[in-house]
Design a protein around this ligand. Sequence first.
Ligand code: C5P
Length: 234
Amino acid sequence: MAGLGFANPVFVAIDTPDLGHALSLARAVRPHVGGLKVGLEFLTAQGPDGLRAIVDLGLPVFADTKFHDIPNTVAGAAREIAKLGATIFNVHASGGEAMLRAAKDAAASVDPKIRVIAVTVLTSLADPDLDSVGQRGPALDQVVRLGGLAQRCGLDGVVCSAWEIAALRKAAGPDFLLAVPGIRPEGAELADQRRVMTPRQAAAAGADILVIGRPITAACDPAEAARAVALSLR
Ligand code: C5P
C-alpha cells in the first residue's frame, strides 16, 4: 500500500437509494472492511444528510461523485463534498486539466487532508466501447494517459481496473492512490463489469483500495461475504 493508511483495503460499494438499507448493510460489514463507498444512486436519493449519516458510522468514506463539468461548477461541488466529511471523492479525469486542478484546490481549501482521485476509464468499458465514444484505446493506454494527467494536476490517485495497476504503478510511483473496482471473488457473477480480478490478485498487484459492491451487498449474508474477502487477503 502506498503508505495511505488503509489497513484493510476493502471499501464496500453501498449502492442503494434507501438510507435504512444502506445503514444496515454498512453496520453489518463494518467489522470486516476498511471503508465504505457511496455513489450516484445513494447520493442522488439521500443527498448531503445521507452522506453525513454514512460518515457518522466512523469508517473512511469514499464519495464516488464522479464530477465532470466546467471547472467553476466542479470547484463548487468539490467544496461542498469536502464539508461533509468524506475521506475521498472523485472526478472524471477526462474533464481535463483545468477541471482537475480546480477540484483539488477547492477541496483542499476546505479540508487539506481530503483525497481527490480521478476516474480514468470505467471498468464496465472494454476496448470496442472506447472506440465508439471517440477515445483512443486500448483501455490500458487511455488509463495510463489519464493517470499521468491526473498526477500532473496534483490529484492523489485514480480509479482504475485491476488490469491497469501494474502499468500505473510503474508510471506514477508508489504514492499514487489506486482505487480498484471490478473486483470479483473466485466464481462470482461478473454482471456488468468487464475488466475484473479477484481481491487477492488485485491486492497483490498493488491496489490501495478494493471497491467491492454486489459480491458483498447482494450476498445472502453480506457480513459473511465481507469476512470471507478479508480472510482471502490475509
Ligand atoms: O457491484 P460492483 O462490485 O460491480 O460495484 C462496483 C462499484 O464501483 C460501483 O459502485 C460502481 O459505480 C463503481 N465504479 C466502477 N467502475 C469505475 C468507477 C466506479 O465500477 N470505473
